[in-house]
Write a protein that binds this ligand. Structure first.
Ligand code: NAD
Ligand code: DAU
Length: 361
């Protein structure tokens, strides 16, 4: 296969490129990424890919890549992805998530559907947030749950899902879509809950819990997400959507308490951590949980997400390969072993973002 991976320098995209290189070494992988604040070339260090720095909204660039590199499979991750940012500034979300996806669809239609047509696949990566929020006893999101996006982020992802669907229905573009739950793992930008709280705990900074901390997410290790996408590309039915979940519905406070206890245990087991991170509560003999701080809730905060993954399990044989405990332990190890990666991130654009947003909460 010859893949074009958009957003391949972001969190999930980079993990997907690592995953694909390991599992499908004979394939060609081209990455297209605009290297926004969330994109990091270092996340692909040492990986054999053809990296193109560019914007998905550049339709002629994408047409050229599809044609000249003879691409047969486009895997679309590129997006503005952080809910809090979408609340502060929705325009970038409309531009990238809606107009950017539409630009890709137009390029794919031009190159792949002209003349007798070229065998191809357009795989769109989306989110469970398009389904809105669940009450405690509601059934989990299935592929037939009506769309009810609540944040500017999820509204723009919903719009992009509809465009992808329409390009299949109207023009016959060979599309699949996956809607997944909260990912965690290596290379995640430290604005999202798990890496933000880990790095804050290592620096002895407050852990800002929105509202009562009882919001529920279904945590999915990023490699399990990559496995799900691989199965959809290999065996998924064209025109269909598949929900991908981790089978790990947890309240935020449970995740945060797990994280604090794991950091404390790591410091107890390895005395060199106290020297590396002298400001950590754990380095001073205090529990990391002492850093927990309640802050104002996120406006429009969705209460609960949960994925019904029966369709992808029954049709394609998907099952997450790790529990949250295993996935989280591996993630903590990765962040402790890859300080250079996250330091380069927090010393750059992230620091500016913290200064303007985080301190204002
Ligand atoms: P991310 O923010 O970490 O990375 C996004 C990447 O897209 C970055 O590398 C960025 O440089 C690139 N990008 C942004 N705008 C671009 C543009 N105009 N042109 C080219 N590249 C551009 O995001 P992520 O967490 O890796 O999410 C990837 C995809 O998965 C997104 O579509 C997101 O909606 C979806 N998703 C994420 C999660 C999650 O938990 N992180 C869950 C469900 C779905
Ligand atoms: O469900 C899939 C979605 O998961 C993806 O589509 C999004 O791209 C991804 O960012 C993620 O959205 P969330 O809003 O669920 O993730 P986030 O890590 O921002 O927050 C997780 C939960 O933790 C949420 O209930 C808000 C809460 N939170 C988050 C932050 C950053 C806090 O309590 N404090 C914080 O500082």
């Amino acid at each position: 296969m010859k893949l074009l991976v958009t957003g391949g320098a972001g969190f999930i995209g980079a993990n997907f490129v690592h995953y694909w290189r390991d599992r499908h070494p004979g394939d060609t992988v081209v990455v297209l990424d605009a290297l926004t604040y969330a994109g990091n070339r270092a996340s692909l260090a040492g990986v054999d890919v053809d990296f193109v720095s560019g914007d998905i909204r550049d339709e002629s660039l994408v047409e050229g890549l599809l044609r000249e590199r003879d691409i047969d499979t486009l895997v679309h991750f590129a997006a503005e992805s952080h809910v809090d940012r979408s609340i502060h500034g929705p325009d970038a979300f409309v531009d990238t998530n809606i107009l950017g996806t539409h630009s890709l669809l137009k390029a794919a239609r031009t190159v792949w559907l002209k003349g007798s047509g070229t065998p191809h696949r357009f795989h769109h990566v989306s989110t469970d947030e398009v389904y809105g929020t669940l009450a405690a006893n509601d059934a989990a999101f299935s592929e037939s749950t009506p769309y009810a996006p609540n944040s500017p982020y999820s509204a723009t992802k919903a719009a992009s899902d509809h465009l992808v669907r329409a390009y299949h229905h109207t023009y016959g573009l060979q599309v699949t879509t996956s809607n997944c739950s909260n990912n965690y793992g290596p290379y995640q930008f430290p604005e999202k809950l798990i890496p933000l709280f880990l790095i804050n705990a290592l620096h002895g900074r407050a852990l800002p819990i929105y509202g009562d901390g009882q919001q529920i997410r279904d945590w999915l290790h990023v490699e399990d997400h990559c496995l799900g996408i691989d199965l959809v590309i290999a065996k998924g039915r064209v025109g269909e959507t598949y929900n991908v979940g981790g089978g790990a519905e947890l309240a935020n406070l449970t995740v945060i308490d797990t994280l604090c206890a794991a950091v404390d245990a790591a410091f107890a087991a390895d005395p060199s951590l106290a020297a590396r991170f002298p400001d950590a509560a754990a380095a001073k003999g205090a529990p990391s949980a002492s850093l927990k701080t309640t802050v104002a809730d996120r406006p429009g905060h969705d209460r609960r997400y949960a994925i019904d993954a029966r369709k992808i399990s029954d049709e394609l044989g998907y099952a997450p390969q790790r529990s949250f405990a295993q996935g989280f332990a591996a993630t903590l190890d990765w962040y402790l072993a890859n300080e250079a990666w996250w330091r380069s991130v927090i010393d750059g654009s992230y620091r500016d973002w913290v200064a303007t947003n985080y301190s204002a909460r």
